[in-house]
Design a protein around this ligand. Structure first.
Ligand code: ZN
Length: 123
């Protein structure tokens, strides 16, 4: 099953989470330094890659096929530049769906559309 790392905000908890299981990597609440933040993000992505979904409870309501643009928007909301956010999600999709070229193609098309809309000020 495809999984991806997603940003989650739940009441008092914020952090990275898995789309498929209950794995979470909460952000320390007093993390304001940009360098510390990016170190945290890198660590979270590494931990995410290592975790085994089978060892965690399944998500009760798996957000399957979360729209590409929603994933990009979450990153932009975190302060990523739109272009960087699109690149990052595209990379993740290529990993998630490495055996499904059609899904990668679809994501690529959505990425282009997103950037086109952005350039034309429609987002
Ligand atoms: Zn997982």
């Amino acid at each position: 099953m495809a999984r991806w790392i997603t940003w989650t905000t739940q009441e008092d908890r914020r952090g990275w989470a898995c789309s498929a299981c209950s794995w979470e990597y909460p952000v320390p609440s007093l993390l304001n330094d940009p360098e510390a933040k990016s170190a945290y993000d890198r660590l979270a992505h590494a931990k995410f890659a290592q975790h085994d979904c089978a060892s965690y409870a399944k998500k009760q309501d798996p957000s399957q096929d979360e729209a590409f643009s929603d994933r990009v928007r979450k990153l932009i909301a975190r302060g990523y530049k739109p272009k960087d956010a699109v690149d990052l999600i595209l990379q993740e999709v290529q990993l998630e769906y490495r055996n499904q070229p059609k899904a990668v193609e679809k994501a690529r098309a959505e990425a282009e559309e997103f950037l086109r809309n952005l350039r034309q000020g429609r987002i």
